[in-house]
Design a protein around this ligand. Sequence first.
Ligand SMILES: Cc1cc2nc3c(=O)[nH]c(=O)nc-3n(C[C@H](O)[C@H](O)[C@H](O)COP(=O)(O)O)c2cc1C
Length: 212
Amino acid sequence: MMTKVLYVSANPKPTELSYSKQVAETFVSTLQAENATIEVEAIELYDVDVQEIDGDVLSAWGKFASGEALTDVEAKKVGTMSGMLEKFMQADLYVFATPMWNFFFPARMKMFLDSVLMAGKTFRYTEQGPVGLLENKQAVHIQGTGGIYTGTDLNFADAYLRQALAFVGVSEVTTVAVEGVSQYPDKVEEIVADAKAKAEALAKEVAGAVTV
Ligand SMILES: Cc1cc2nc3c(=O)[nH]c(=O)nc-3n(C[C@H](O)[C@H](O)[C@H](O)COP(=O)(O)O)c2cc1C
């Protein structure tokens, strides 16, 4: 069975300037070096169309329920969202690289999650409560932060991402923190090297667990 990796980056910076992307690329290239059956698709959310939930999207969703025809604009917008959803549903392993911006991940990352938390596709409500519809998937969150958040309850971005993924049935999530790069500017090399070593070890573990 082919394992599909979806590498989602939410950072307009090129890799040379983004610590989380550098660590994510180490993770992904180690995975591929370890296991040639692993297929990787990368999406840079700042290079593609990502649809936010707006009036047209809400109107289109209402029309799905009533069976009314969509306008061209509505169809285009929900089409962009479902394209993202398809990629998400087909992948076995997600790799998210995000920077912390003002205590959260960038808005485009929220827009991505808004595209994939879709009732009837990735979750549904039952009388017992919501049920995630995805199975046998896992995720890695590689997060760049200027300060230190490990051991605090202020990492809303990581907590939210974990909640969103758990909601759709992905509860195996590992976070690799690339943290303290603004607080400890003299230690950046060390911080990034440590995070890369963790990412490499994790990639070897994940690649080894993949059944070929
Ligand atoms: C607009 C902006 C807002 C930021 N807000 C925070 C923040 O709230 N907390 C923090 O620890 N670092 C913050 N930082 C620092 C980044 O998290 C840090 O530069 C990190 O390396 C970003 O990841 P990257 O290197 O992959 O881009 C901010 C940086 C920018 C550009």
